[in-house]
Write a protein that binds this ligand. Structure first.
Ligand SMILES: [Ca+2]
Length: 117
């Protein structure tokens, strides 16, 4: 999935797909962005979405995600496993300044995160 993946894009590939937000509500708006923590069920299997940089789970990477990562870095907050996976944009199993750097560069438009999930 790319950062801009919407329900309609998934439906093109999997016609029987059911997408739920992290709170369990079914997504019916085909233009809605799919965020971290959402689940995708197709062909009897359910997958949990990890969107790199989207720790807040709203489908976009923005200042809110940076804020959440900063809070975790300074010890004011902790991430659930799924949020940790989303925040660890360079996939080195830790959330640190390098992840912040990559997210800032992406927000500035200097680079694009590569999505492998
Ligand atoms: Ca990392």
């Amino acid at each position: 999935m790319t950062p801009a993946t919407k329900l309609e894009d998934i439906k093109k590939q999997y016609s029987d797909v059911v997408v739920k937000k992290s709170d369990g509500t079914v997504v019916t708006d085909t233009t809605e962005l799919i965020g971290t923590g959402s689940t995708i069920t197709t062909n009897g299997k359910t997958y949990t979405v990890v969107k790199y940089g989207d720790t807040s789970g709203d489908g976009i990477m923005d200042a809110m995600d940076m804020y959440q990562i900063i809070q975790v870095l300074i010890g004011n907050s902790t991430f659930k496993d799924i949020e940790k996976s989303a925040g660890d944009v360079n996939s080195d199993k830790t959330i640190d300044a390098m992840d912040m750097y990559m997210i800032i560069q992406t927000l500035l438009g200097n680079s694009e995160l590569t999505i492998n999930k």
